[in-house]
Ligand binder design. Structure first.
Ligand code: SAH
Length: 364
């Protein structure tokens, strides 16, 4: 056994710690204050220190009584994330590798757009969905992230941006993991970052993407949140989708489309279908025609994602001309479609490539 394996294992087994305060919604923190015999407004003050002033220590929360600061310090930690690597790509994309309290590591990416800075957050250490094209699922699922571990990614990246006088303006929940497989923590995270006294990122600037866990789509539709919603469709027929995504066996395409229809009716919101173009597999004009037929009449948008090369996977890229022909075929049917722009190629920050290469041995 490698020495690092032993160290990591010991660290995991002995990891006892206070919970991260980032895991608490404002309401939960208010309830905690009341339990401690404090006034609920103290929670708002703490939230402002955490998310607006972004301090890293309770002792910096100078408008709180010293005894309360000490009590907070006895019960919580602020963040449990440690920045191991921070890289910036030529196009400005930033990639962060964070270590969790138990030695696992996760990745977070910040993308620059003309409309602002968008952060791509991770929700699980690994993934158990098993999509045949994705690098995140290769080692299986190690564990779920807590809401505070997801929120801390945003705070950490925002702190890095503070140095440049910039702000995280939108969030995409499209990093490692299946967000709907960690549903409760996801919802808590969304409430925390969306809260006016929290990071105050508008729901319309947050997008959640799922591989299609149907019961959770119904639940999400009923949450009453104005969050953008994306579905990884990737195939226009259930046979083909099963080949690409084994989750289609448990949650087949026709049932998925029923759930999507429910979502649109219930929320009145437009959904995004993500459609990865895998060379020679799902990228022919007949697939575009089938896709148009499948989604016609739905309030939706299609985002075409040219496959990102994953060494362990065999998929090849669709030639540029064919990508445009696919796009034109959809447009002819009046479908809203965009082609995803690629960013951060030189730092492996592209979709599906997120994995902790540097820590591969330790996270096994
Ligand atoms: N688990 C969520 C979030 C995943 S990441 C989901 O499945 O939706 C965001 C998108 O990248 C998903 O649509 C995913 O299917 C896609 N993706 C994963 N690996 C890819 C690859 N190698 N090339 C292109 N897209 C990929």
């Amino acid at each position: 056994m490698e020495k690092t394996d032993i160290i990591t294992r010991n660290k995991r087994e002995t990891a006892t710690r206070n919970p991260s305060i980032y895991s608490l919604t404002l309401e939960e923190l208010q309830a905690w204050m009341v339990e401690q015999g404090e006034k609920p407004f103290r929670a708002t003050q703490v939230y402002e220190w955490l998310y607006q002033k972004r301090v890293s220590s309770f002792s910096d929360m100078t408008n709180l009584p010293k005894a309360l600061r000490e009590k907070l310090d006895d019960h919580f930690v602020i963040t449990t994330l440690k920045t191991l690597v921070q890289q910036t790509s030529q196009d400005g994309t930033m990639k962060f590798l964070f270590e969790l309290h138990d030695g696992y590591s996760i990745e977070t990416v910040l993308m620059r757009h003309d409309y602002g800075n968008s952060i791509c957050v991770t929700t699980q250490v690994g993934c158990r969905i098993g999509c045949t094209f994705c690098a995140s699922t290769l080692g299986g699922l190690k564990r779920h992230l807590e809401a505070g571990e997801i929120a801390a990614q945003v705070v950490k990246v925002q702190k890095a941006l503070d140095e440049q006088g910039e702000r995280v303006s939108s969030i995409v929940v499209m990093g490692i993991g299946e967000p709907f497989d960690n549903y409760d923590e996801l919802i808590k995270f969304l409430k925390i970052v969306n809260h006016k006294k929290g990071l105050n990122i508008g729901a319309r600037h947050i997008t959640v993407s799922t591989s299609g866990i149907i019961p959770k789509i119904y639940q999400f539709a009923d949450e009453g949140m104005q969050i953008n919603f994306a579905i990884s469709l990737h195939a226009p027929t259930t046979e083909l989708r099963t080949k690409l995504m084994p989750i289609n066996k448990a949650y087949p395409l026709p049932k998925l489309m029923e759930a999507v229809r429910y979502y649109i009716e219930k929320t009145g919101r437009r959904v995004t279908f993500e459609y990865g173009l895998f060379g020679g597999v799902n990228d022919q004009i007949e697939h575009a025609e089938q896709l148009a037929e499948l989604i016609k009449g739905l309030k939706c948008h299609v985002n075409l994602i040219p496959v990102n090369y994953v060494p362990e996977r065999n998929y090849v890229r669709t030639p540029r001309e064919q990508i445009f022909a696919f796009e034109r075929a959809l447009k002819k049917h009046g479908i809203n479609v965009t082609i995803r722009r690629e960013q951060g190629h030189d730092i492996d920050a592209a979709c599906g490539q997120l994995r902790a290469k540097e820590r591969k041995e330790e996270t096994r």
